[in-house]
Design a binder for this molecule. Structure first.
Ligand SMILES: Cc1cc2nc3c(=O)[nH]c(=O)nc-3n(C[C@H](O)[C@H](O)[C@H](O)COP(=O)(O)O)c2cc1C
Length: 160
């Protein structure tokens, strides 16, 4: 069975995704970017799996520091997600639109998000245009339990 590019694209775009802000920190630098390729990978220990563009600024920071946060956006926070995938003048500039504090692991936790988890990287696969990171959840903060933003509601595509 050959790889039919159109079939592959159509089928992979049917995988349901959320929309998150991944936070990273290195020294005095903090950065954040919109991530939708995220899923849970284990109950015990709690693991999450996230794919990060190989050529992004944040990828190198995660490789070097071995940690990242995942902020869960509310269903009405599409505008905030848009801030975090647009090019920025300087690293961390996207946070001008989104107040945050640093969590237990020193990672950005957005005030406006439903909540956030902080993770330590326990493994990664660097193959292709994204690196797949597996993170163990070490801290979790819930600001409010409400409906989360889903990629399907935004009209955006990231996949295929
Ligand atoms: C809807 C949507 C979902 C995205 N999901 C991801 C993702 O899962 N992983 C990723 O690396 N980039 C993803 N991106 C792209 C990043 O948000 C974008 O490349 C960002 O500029 C990277 O920031 P950085 O270079 O400062 O790290 C997504 C973009 C959009 C519009």
């Amino acid at each position: 069975m050959a790889l039919n590019a159109e079939a592959k694209k159509t089928l992979l775009r049917k995988i349901p995704h959320g929309v998150f802000i991944c936070g990273v920190a290195e020294g005095a630098d903090v950065n954040g970017f919109t991530a939708s390729w995220v899923t849970q990978g284990s109950f015990e220990p709690p693991l999450v799996v996230m794919a990060v563009r190989a050529d992004s600024a944040s990828n190198g920071i995660i490789q070097r520091t071995g940690k990242f946060s995942l902020n869960v956006l509310a269903a009405d926070q599409k505008d905030l997600a848009a801030v975090f995938f647009k090019p920025q003048k300087a690293i961390g500039g996207r946070f001008d639109a989104a107040p945050f504090s640093l969590g237990d692991l020193g990672l950005p936790v957005l005030d406006a998000a439903l909540g956030a988890v902080e993770c330590e990287v326990v493994g990664h696969v660097a193959h292709g245009d994204h690196t797949v990171f597996v993170g163990e959840v070490k801290s979790a903060v819930l600001n409010r339990d409400d409906a989360a933003l889903e990629l399907s509601s935004t009209g955006w595509q990231y996949g295929g």
